[in-house]
Design a protein around this ligand. Structure first.
Ligand code: T1G
Length: 689
């Protein structure tokens, strides 16, 4: 077996190199090898200092997440950190790329840290539903103080080398190319200065300063409610950091370990880890290999400068890719560009970008009223309103204008991509790129594969998604593709229950209790009832609300009434309208009561739709459906997505409850064949991968 840690001796300094591609995760094998190399260096009298450095693209990215759930093999990561604490000679971590989670904790257990200027450090464990389990919650507050530590660990954010230096998390930052040499020089200076071995565990100033401030922790919880709702890890992090203040170091570590064990065994963490891997798995398309070489996208054209077109454009500007933005009228073009500028300026006002960056990005836009300006673009994205005729017309015209090999993409959210492609003589170059609103924020990008779309085009779209910070999920052609089709039944059921007499506030409360940021009706009010397409031929509550001028939050009234702070309260007008529409439609039925019953009604049809989407081959895998729901519809990540959640409920139970609902509410609750088959076999969706 090749060793994952090796040593080289440079005069007095032992250089230990960790080499475990792709990200030097601290697997069982790496920990064992590192322990042996350290042991050897500790025992070798000729070695007076040790430098820990990594091969490949990054320093250690953390514990090996694929080994979670198995018992730690010795030495565990906390053991290794304790071993470093007890080191008889100075150890210096040399950081490049990202030192994350257990990787950063390993560095924190060293005596010194030197980093490349482009390096980043951080403790992202919170995103996996756990906490730093190798001393991070005890060491970081000893460096930066309790408040900064709480912020860093509960946000999981990455900290650049310059900020890390100013916070004291690292001791030096040097040019990337000279990291190795500088680390060795640093080690030699330490030796020359007497070989001091400062340990973070011995620092007491910041934690003692927090003794008198027992309200710190309660205040932090109060100030950041969104970080805590539904998630287990943030509260445990606060508890662990509190232990750093109230307990001696080793007892604090023991508290951290106990909390870690509890979190790692929780369904919330299992769900978040599922989402981590689902996100990465989604990029893989089985029939597209190295032979499909993605084309370089150097210039993009966007047709339509409305809300979607503007948001889409921003993604490319952010990635430094120039965009030609085309509209039909000067007024629409000016409005679209002004909106983009306003968005950037708002970000700058919050201190999250400089005005210089705003100007740099704006300078990448070439506005035009002429499709002819798109002749040099490598990728065209059409983002006009949802009309098959309009889209086919644009694609036919683009076909006559754009260069050979250019990719023609539609942002349609439900139209038949194959019919759009058929308007051109190059259907192999046509693909769907379905962004979610707001397109510059939401991370999901559905890449829709038409029946003729070439492998090169799919490979390009998947790669481009990563470049612009999106997670691409491949979808086949169907009405609504994956995410919209999946979630549509939730809306139908919410509306059906409303007509049956279930108060809308109860429906919304059940969804919020499950973990959605807002309920169905609150969401409708936020979007604006006038902009949501509906069946004009049918009398609906929404139609009546619009007719009554109740357009949603923006008017202070929609499904709910809103006060000046936009807080919703139940509306007597809406209640009366609901009763009228229900009576006119002859809706019978009883109100559904209780969160469990409400959630079964709202979410089982989503699970069922997911099973159909999978069975039809519209989605490649169950985890793609989960990630589409999490990233496209803010399905609570600690539930893992609808199919992961259904597995946790147990498919046998889901099917049995659906059959009971089918008896009352009919076919919409008939379990899909795949669901029934899996339930009968005692399996879950997770067993399909
Ligand atoms: N363990 C195992 N595999 C990992 C991994 C990890 N920690 N991190 C990444 N991978 C795999 C990933 O699945 C993918 O595999 C490949 O590496 C490249 O990743 C005790 C318990 C490092 C910034 O949460 O944030 O330490 O798909 O596509 O965009 O407190 O990966 O190629 O087969 O994402 O260049 C804490 C997670 C662990 C860091 C690189 N650490 N990783 O991003 O590539 S918990 C993290 C990342 C912990 C201790 C606790 C990113 C990255 P494949 P990629 P990238």
């Amino acid at each position: 077996m090749t060793r994952t840690a090796t040593s080289a001796f440079m005069a007095d300094v032992m250089l230990i190199t960790l080499d475990n591609p792709p990200v030097n995760a601290l697997s069982n094998a790496l920990r064992r090898d590192l322990h042996e190399e350290l042991q050897r260096a500790f025992e070798d009298a000729a070695v007076r200092a040790i430098v820990l450095i990594c091969a490949g693209r990054t320093f250690v990215a953390g514990a090996d997440i694929t080994e979670f759930g198995q018992p730690w093999q010795r030495p565990s990561l906390p053991d290794l950190c304790t071993f470093l604490d007890d080191a008889p000679k100075p150890v210096i971590a040399a950081i490049h790329g990202t030192a994350l989670g257990g990787g950063f904790e390993l560095a924190l257990a060293c005596h010194y840290r030197i980093a490349a200027l482009s390096a980043k450090v951080g403790l992202p464990e919170v995103h996996l539903g756990i906490l730093p389990g190798a001393g991070g919650t005890q060491r970081v507050p000893r460096i930066v103080g309790v408040e900064a530590a709480l912020e860093i660990i509960t946000s999981g954010r990455r900290i650049g080398a310059t900020e890390a230096l100013s916070l004291g998390l690292i001791d030096a930052a040097v040019g990337d190319a000279i990291l190795r040499d500088e680390a060795i020089a640093f080690a030699k200076r330490v030796i020359a200065d007497g070989g001091a071995m400062p340990r973070i565990r011995d620092r007491t100033v910041t934690v003692e300063a927090a003794h008198a401030r027992s309200d710190l922790f309660a205040n932090f919880r109060k100030a950041n409610p969104h970080r805590f709702k539904g998630f287990l890890a943030p509260a445990a992090i606060v508890e662990a950091v509190e232990a750093a203040v109230t307990l001696p170091f080793d007892d604090g570590l023991a508290t951290e370990t106990a909390l870690f064990e509890r979190l790692v065994a929780s369904p919330e963490s299992a769900a978040q880890r599922h989402a981590f891997f689902a996100e990465r798995e989604a990029a893989r398309v089985p029939d597209i290999g190295a032979d499909a070489v993605p084309i370089d996208i150097c210039a993009v054209g966007v047709i339509g400068a409305g809300t979607m077109g503007g948001g889409i454009t921003m993604n490319f500007l952010n990635a430094g890719i120039p965009v030609t933005l085309v509209e039909m009228t000067q007024e629409a073009l000016d409005r679209g560009i002004a909106t983009i500028r306003r968005n950037y300026e708002a970000t700058a006002a919050k201190g999250r970008m400089t005005t210089q960056h705003v100007e740099q990005r704006m300078a990448l836009i070439s506005p035009s009223l002429d499709l002819g300006a798109l002749v040099d673009a490598d990728l065209l994205i059409e983002a006009v309103y949802e009309s098959m005729d309009v889209k086919r017309d644009i694609f036919a015209r683009l076909d006559g204008i754009v260069k050979q090999g250019a990719i023609l993409a539609s942002n349609t959210s439900f139209l038949d991509l194959n019919r759009i492609a058929a308007a051109t003589r190059r259907p192999a170059c046509v693909v769907g790129l379905h962004f979610f609103s707001p397109a510059n924020v939401m991370r999901l990008l559905e890449v829709v594969r038409g029946s003729a779309t070439s492998k090169t085009v799919i490979a390009t779209a998947m790669k481009l998604a990563k470049r612009i910070g999106k997670v691409a999920v491949l979808s086949g052609v169907c009405d609504g593709f994956i995410a919209n089709r999946l979630l549509a039944p939730r809306g139908y059921q919410a509306e059906a229950m409303m007509l049956e007499g279930t108060p809308i506030a109860e429906i919304d409360r059940a969804l919020v209790g499950y973990g959605f940021a807002m309920g169905h009706f609150q969401m409708m009010d936020l979007v604006g009832l006038d902009v949501i397409g509906r069946d004009a031929a049918k009398r609906t509550v929404m139609g009546d609300l619009v007719a009554a001028g109740r357009l949603g939050q923006k008017r202070g009234a929609g499904y709910y009434d809103y006060d000046e702070k936009r807080r919703p309260s139940p509306s007597a007008v809406t209640a009366a309208l609901i009763a009228e529409v229900a009576a006119a439609g002859g809706v019978a039925g009883a109100a559904t009561r209780g969160d469990e019953a409400l959630l079964a009604r709202l979410l089982y049809p989503v699970v069922n739709e997911g099973a159909k989407i999978l069975d039809e081959g519209i989605a490649l895998r169950a985890s793609d459906i989960d990630i589409a729901a999490v990233l496209g519809y803010n399905w609570p990540v600690y539930r893992g997505g609808p199919l992961f959640w259904a597995d946790q409920v147990g498919l046998g139970r889901v099917v049995a409850e659906m059959r009971a609902l089918e008896a009352v509410h009919g076919e919409v609750f008939r379990p899909a064949p795949l669901l029934v088959r899996l339930a009968d076999e005692g399996r879950g969706f997770g067993s399909l991968s």
